[in-house]
Design a protein around this ligand. Sequence first.
Ligand code: CO
Ligand code: ZN
Length: 333
Amino acid sequence: MKQLLQRLTDTFSPSGYEDAIRDLIRKEVRELADEIRVDTLGNLIVRKGRASKGGTRIMIAAHMDEIGLMATHVDEKGFVRFTGIGGVYPRNLPGGRVRFVNGTLGVIGLEPTDHASDVPALDKMFIDVGVSNKKDCSVRTGDVAAFVRPFLDLGDRVVAKSMDDRIGCLVAIEALRGLKSTPHEVYFVFTTQEEVGTRGAQTSAYGIDPDLGFSIDVTGWGDTPGQKDFDVALGKGPAIKIRDGGMLSDPRIVDWMIKTAEKNKIPYQREVLLGGTTDARAMQLVRSGIPVGCVSVPCRYVHTPSEMVDLTDVKNAVKLVTALLSSQIDLGE
Ligand code: CO
Ligand code: ZN
């Protein structure tokens, strides 16, 4: 599992440029699926099972894209000015390294500030690709880059860029692998453009028109120095989302998830996240509304190039998702 996770996180696929990660995931799920297709926005839709009597159409979303940068222009000396793609925070950037989709590598520098502790805005930063003038620079306006940071194996805990949300993709792939049979029609959707506003989930959910659904994504953490008011820790199991900044989970879905976890003796945490949201928000609001929830993997340092997860949480998330999809579902009224 670690090896596959490393291959997933080593891939460079910022929002809108998910080709490389989609190819990798498609190869991984090819033998496991009953049907695979790619829709107009690039979502990879993987179906398993056919809804029989009492079966339900279920959509599960894990986003393939990662945050990144986009070149806004290149100056006369060959320095690349840029803006963020998705939730890019200036304080996480200086000294960082990036790789453009065309392979060009660079390092992020900043203009001098009045005080050493000042964090300048993105427009006071630049990418230095090691050239002295514009004509030698292989980056053009509109080119897109992702962060470079090698995978770090700390035992149960592993660190990489783009754990958000390659870890969700891994959980979805492993759940698909573990799902021997299902009474349901299950659509695993590896979505595009989540980080810029859950766009792929919106169109794929409209097309699939599921009876219910959930996303698999990272959430924050409350267990490092100074973190406050967030009751989720690494190693205590996947978190079952009750609310985040963009969504109230359907209480029936929360109930179903908690009962399934307890019945299967899978540890879980109750998640109340104040800011941020996931693909489930988009799914909830398509057509005339869909009951949704979210299985979260606790992740430290989200949206930095060193995101940390605990593999025991990942394994328990796989168990939970597999259990959710294996038996009959009764959401009640
Ligand atoms: Co994110
Ligand atoms: Zn995410």
